[in-house]
Ligand binder design. Structure first.
Ligand SMILES: NC(=O)C1=CN([C@@H]2O[C@H](COP(=O)(O)OP(=O)(O)OC[C@H]3O[C@@H](n4cnc5c(N)ncnc54)[C@H](O)[C@@H]3O)[C@@H](O)[C@H]2O)C=CC1
Ligand SMILES: O=P(O)(O)OC[C@H]1O[C@](O)(CO)[C@@H](O)[C@@H]1O
Length: 382
């Protein structure tokens, strides 16, 4: 069985690649990073370490890699033959890989009627659906028709914290032991068997719970921690004021999730506690600038801050004070090596705060939420 995985980075190697390997797939990574592609082909294996006391390691074998920049034709052939395609490249990169996937599918439908699932494993709602839309833009009518019942694009939620890696062994990835990979069964074609993958009929509660708890909590720690001058999430979580703020924000998103999806209160509290512990894992050193990366994406209307803030007003009927403060912290994030942060700061200087918020978040100018965020921005303190 062949799995083609786009993105041989932290999640690609440390999570999706390792589960595919454990499930018996040969994993063919596709990446633009020539150094990683060469190393994967040279070593044909890499190590995973676990961020706990166990010092346990596992080796992922039966792998190879293709550079999509120098050998796109090999990627097309691999997709034509694959039994599974997955991605972990980042939401903004999905449109960039759609062309190659479309070429692979166009070739595939000429030679095979084997079903294929293409699963985007990104921190976003509807990642595979977006990828499908972008792929279909590049197929002609008969190719689309041939793909319709043969190619599935099931949406997914992926959860495992994998920080940036700095080992002498460039391929090694240290990951937290916890993981969750939940996939929408209704979007799948054919039979799929992947160890550690949970299939569900309704993904929405799972993806919202994950995005608005793990990712919201994490990014609140990152943006508030950055304002306090902390470098890592561990340092941030050891600060009682910010830790309380993270918890209070997760109480807001929790109330929304409980009201909207009927999660049980006590169960959800346990979920929140577990996540706060995961953020504080002493075996992981995760930079606030990694967790806070790409603030334009993170301030988007469907992402981890603005979406729960708007929904909180609808489902809870109160002002999301802690979420609004976190959005204010995102707007204050001025890390010079993050191009999104630089752009936001420039927009605020040139166009003003309200116009910038409106532009990135699509929150209406005259709304209560806009007023609250502006107030939190101007009175921001820790
Ligand atoms: N790191 C984490 O803990 C988690 C990350 N995610 C999601 O997984 C995705 C990947 O994140 P990471 O692995 O952390 O990032 P990463 O930066 O470590 O890996 C991304 C990989 O994609 C490659 N890439 C970029 N453009 C490409 C292209 N056009 N074609 C093929 N490969 C390309 C990069 O060279 C890199 O190797 C993101 O959507 C992220 O939100 C989800 C859950 C956990
Ligand atoms: O990968 P993104 O969307 O930039 O955000 C970083 C987030 O992803 C994770 O790496 C995994 O969910 C979290 O550690 C963090 O909240």
């Amino acid at each position: 069985m062949l799995a083609v995985h786009f993105g041989a980075g932290n999640i690609g190697r440390g999570f999706i690649g390792s589960l595919l390997h454990q499930s018996g797939y040969e994993v063919c990574f596709v990446d633009v990073n020539q150094e990683i592609v060469d190393l994967l082909n040279q070593k044909q294996a890499y190590k995973i370490g676990y961020a706990d006391d166990s010092k346990k390691e596992m080796t992922v074998t039966n792998i190879r890699a293709i550079s999509s920049q120098t050998h796109p034709e090999q990627v097309v052939s691999a997709i034509a033959e694959a039994d599974m395609v997955t991605t972990a490249v980042g939401p903004n990169v999905l449109p960039l890989i759609a062309g190659l996937i479309a070429k692979g599918l166009a070739k595939r439908v000429q030679i095979s009627d084997k079903p294929l699932n293409i699963i985007a494993c990104e921190n976003m709602i509807g990642g595979s659906s977006l990828l499908k839309e972008k792929v279909y833009e590049q197929l002609n009518e008969s190719e689309k028709e041939a793909c319709e019942n043969m190619i599935g694009f099931p949406d997914a939620a992926v959860d495992r914290i994998v920080p940036n890696q700095s080992h002498q062994d460039r391929l090694m990835v240290v990951v937290e032991p916890f993981y969750e990979w939940v996939v929408d069964r209704t979007g799948m074609v054919g039979k799929v068997r992947v160890q550690g993958m949970t299939l569900v009929d309704d993904l929405k509660p799972y993806i919202e719970r994950k995005l608005y708890t793990v990712n919201t909590g994490h990014v609140v720690a990152a943006y508030l921690g950055y304002q306090a001058g902390f470098k890592t999430i561990n340092e941030v979580m050891a600060n009682p004021t910010i830790r309380d703020h993270v918890r209070n924000t997760l109480e807001e998103t929790g109330q929304l999730l409980i009201n909207k999806h009927d999660f049980q209160d006590q169960e959800h509290q346990k979920y929140i506690e577990k996540i706060i512990q995961r953020f504080s894992n002493p075996h992981i050193s995760d930079e606030v600038t990694r967790v806070g990366r790409s603030p334009i994406r993170k301030l988007g209307p469907n992402d981890r801050l603005v979406s729960p803030a708007r929904q909180y007003m609808k489902y809870v009927g109160k002002q999301p004070v802690y979420l609004a403060k976190a959005i204010a912290a995102a707007l204050l994030y001025d890390f010079e090596q993050d191009p999104d942060a630089v752009t936001i700061q420039k927009n605020i200087r040139q166009d003003g705060l309200e116009s910038t918020i409106q532009h990135y978040t699509q929150i209406p100018s005259d709304s209560d939420l806009m007023k609250l965020i502006i107030q939190q921005y101007h009175q921001f303190s820790l």
